[in-house]
Design a protein around this ligand. Sequence first.
Ligand SMILES: O=C(O)CCC(=O)C(=O)O
Length: 257
Amino acid sequence: MKKQKYNLTEDGFSILGKVFSKKETKSAYTGLSEVIMGKYNTGKNPERRFWNVGDDPNAIIKIDKPHLSNRSVWNLITNRKFGEALASITNSRKIQVWHTQVVWKPKSKLSSGNAGWHRDAQYWPFWSKQGLYTAWVALSNVSIRSGPVQFIIGSNHWDSLSGLDFFNQDLESQNKILKKHNHQKKTISAMLKQGQVSVHSSLTYHSSSANKEENPRVGMVVHFCTEKAKQIAIKGENKNYLNQLKNPGICPVIYGK
Ligand SMILES: O=C(O)CCC(=O)C(=O)O
């Protein structure tokens, strides 16, 4: 693996060298395209689909926990080299994958490919702020024109801002919110080669915009926790969500014990 760019603790994200071979990424890419079409070679459904066959072909396609539904996708997220790379970059003894999503972005029409500014932690009231990260695995080459994930440098140190959301595709109005809060916004677009990985803290603000390329921009998004993560007791519909951590068939430990 080549040298890392950007410091995970200081900048809130880091860009790793190539972790996966062409064969590994190709096989996961094919697996995800099958999951998107509703074909599950494990016989298991993904956790949740936000896009279904027949929906807008230019829309961003997000499906939660596709690793349950396809063996090649499972193999990608449980890959030993991947576990080692995540342990090394986070300086951890244990890496457990607790959630995944595919974010498959076909050529966009207007704002159809936008993912709004957010920090992952805003969706995870049941988790502490420490020890929670996301790895974004490039299954296609990601150019500046294909709507790469963009990170705000150092935003992992900010207080949380309201009015920002992954599902809000109006990036301009969200940029105004960022400006209003007087945040000097220096962003970095994560341009990655197929097989490369970026890692960000659950507190780092990020978004992505239109894919202007002909080919889809494909990211396998892997949310993982380390031994520093702590569960927080909450009320309501997600109060038992993290019970699945006890099930290695859903939440595999990919490094350490
Ligand atoms: O793939 C994208 O454009 C957004 C991904 C994202 O929000 C994440 O990795 O947490």
